[in-house]
Design a protein around this ligand. Structure first.
Ligand code: G4P
Length: 534
């Protein structure tokens, strides 16, 4: 990727089956990365290469987030996939910390679905700008106004259509471009790069009538009048602030309306932004700093760790988002958590199924680092031993818990290693109970346990027993001083746990218990996330 190209780092979010995979494939096709449809994922095909993906295939769900890079319209794009399943919402949150904008897919027959609502809540937390694609117009859909109203009322975002659909399903004729006043014909578009355009500046011209027919022309005229009177102008600033979303209509499967969408994304999506970090001692007494992408020294953080992407290597890849400065291959970069400098000889960039070694990387780029188990989600890397830690990649209080013990006591060490690696990857959270040394897994969604169970057996050869523990949550604790900490830990010893970073947590047996404990200890602070943010 040429260093001069402005980066566009974005993710696709959708409810399962709305067409995220299909859209990804088409975007990569425009980016020249895949040559045929079906190369990204074929549910019955051979894409499920690794054992982890085998699980994905068995369950028929998309668990992994992947990163794909390509160039289009003089921008270097990094497209990050997000799991659609609600049980992996933490993974989604972390992915969204690495992007500047989002593409939201809606199944136009169904409107906003449950998972879209959840994902949108995550976008809201960061005011992420969103472009919307109303998919599947080659099938019967809701009326376009109804669809826009549905998104606006449920997701609380103002929809500004960029195109307008003419019919749907068997009657789908194409879309009317509200800016150029051209109709882009659906069926006649042989080459998606150059769709058939019908000039519709004068809707009364005979060729418009013969192209879409009287009934659809009447409806289009009526719709356009309503659009004109009801819908405000698109404002780039409101988009950047997450208030407005430009909306496109089309069909990902038929590669219709995708180019216009991608053109718009590359035109308006924000370039890399700065990120918040803290200085030593890295706890919540630490001073904050804001690191600009233009900062000369390289820095970045790990937002995703993926194991077994390629079963031939049985490797683990940590995905690093470059936040500032320039990274060069063979640079010795400083792993702030361990205090070690590490030479990165084979930084990777991903294109669909292929990976390449990248020579240099800039803010907004996502690079893959081979990882033998040393890195963890949220780890910061810098050049020149600069000691900062990026914030905003917290663990959230899990709501489901399992006690794990190896069936074979001789495998206790393997279990420990497996659990700690899987929790560093963010597959689940691991807590150690102080008094008993028990290992407890915490998850936001039950499927996370399934992934851990499968992988513990498959990769670490540890069959284990899993007993559910009826706790309601955890709280990360902060004390005024050591004396207070010691006293609290003595008083509540049975519910004191440590997370994998040794941070003290309180296990919530019931909300009632928690409230009582908080009332008795007003000086102690309880947080629902590991970043100690209220
Ligand atoms: P996801 O990643 O969001 O879960 O959705 P995915 O792209 O896998 O699409 C879900 C289903 O919807 C797929 O059909 C896909 O072909 C279909 N689809 C996606 N976009 C469109 C569209 O624009 N029009 C129509 N008619 N269908 C669309 P499937 O039968 O479940 O899978 P497959 O056998 O086609 O792979």
């Amino acid at each position: 990727m040429a260093d001069i190209l402005p980066r566009c780092t974005f993710a696709i979010i959708s409810h399962p089956d709305a067409g995220k995979t299909t859209m990804t494939e088409k975007l990569l096709w425009f980016g020249g990365v895949v040559r045929e449809a079906g190369m990204v994922k074929s549910k019955s095909g051979d894409y499920a290469k690794s054992d982890w993906m085998e699980l994905e295939k068995q369950r028929g769900i998309s668990i992994t987030s992947s990163v794909m890079s390509f160039e289009y319209n003089d921008r270097a794009l990094h497209l990050l996939d997000t799991p659609g399943h609600k049980d992996f919402s933490e993974d989604t949150y972390r992915t969204l910390t690495a992007v500047e904008s989002v593409l939201m897919m809606i199944d136009s027959a169904k409107g906003v679905e449950t998972q879209t609502i959840k994902l949108m809540e995550v976008c809201r937390m960061r005011d992420t700008p969103i472009v919307t694609f109303m998919n599947k117009f080659d099938r019967d859909t809701m009326d376009p106004f109804e669809l826009l109203d549905n998104v606006e009322s449920i997701l609380k975002i103002q929809c500004i259509p960029m195109t307008w659909p003419i019919g749907s399903g068997v009657d789908f004729k194409g879309v009317y471009d509200l800016r150029t006043k051209q109709i882009m014909g659906f069926k006649d578009a042989e080459n998606p790069f150059e769709p058939k355009l019908v000039d519709a500046t004068n809707l009364d011209a005979p060729h418009v009538l013969s192209f879409i027919g009287q009934a659809l022309l009447d409806k289009l005229k009526e719709d356009l009048e309503m659009v004109d009177s009801l819908i405000p102008e698109f404002s780039h600033e409101e988009y950047l602030n997450g208030i407005q979303t430009p909306v496109f209509f089309g069909s990902a499967l038929q590669n219709f309306g995708v180019k216009e969408l991608l053109d718009k994304v590359t035109e308006i999506a924000p370039t890399p932004k700065g990120r918040n970090a803290v200085l030593p001692p890295f706890d919540n007494t630490a001073d904050e700093v804001f690191i600009e992408p233009s900062d000369n020294e390289f820095s970045g953080f790990i937002f995703k760790i993926q194991a077994n992407m390629d079963p031939k290597h049985r490797d683990r890849i940590s995905f690093l988002r470059v936040c500032s400065g320039k990274f060069n291959r063979n640079d010795k970069i400083y792993h702030v958590r361990s205090g070690k400098e590490i030479k990165i000889a084979t930084p990777l960039i991903f294109q669909a199924r292929d990976r390449d070694i990248v020579e240099e990387a800039y803010p907004g780029d996502i690079i893959g680092l081979y990882d033998t188990g040393k890195y963890a989600i949220g780890d910061t890397f810098t050049l020149g031993k600069k000691k900062i830690r990026y914030t905003g990649i917290p663990s959230f209080a899990p709501e489901l818990f399992m006690r794990v013990t190896a069936k074979d006591p001789m495998k206790a060490k393997h279990l420990e290693k497996g659990l700690s690696q899987l929790s560093e990857e963010g597959a689940t959270q691991l807590f150690i109970r102080r008094t008993t040394n028990e290992k407890l897994l915490g998850a936001v969604g039950a499927l996370q346990f399934e992934v851990v169970k499968y992988r513990l057996e498959d990769e670490y050869s540890v069959p284990a027993t899993y007993e559910s523990v009826s706790w309601e949550g955890v709280r990360w604790l902060k004390f005024a001083d050591k004396k207070q900490e010691d006293q609290f830990c003595r008083d509540y010893s049975s519910v004191i746990m440590e997370d994998t970073h040794g941070r003290l947590c309180y296990a919530v047996r019931t909300e009632w218990d928690l409230r009582l404990c908080m009332e008795k200890n007003p000086e102690v602070k309880f947080y629902k996330n590991s970043d100690y943010i209220d």
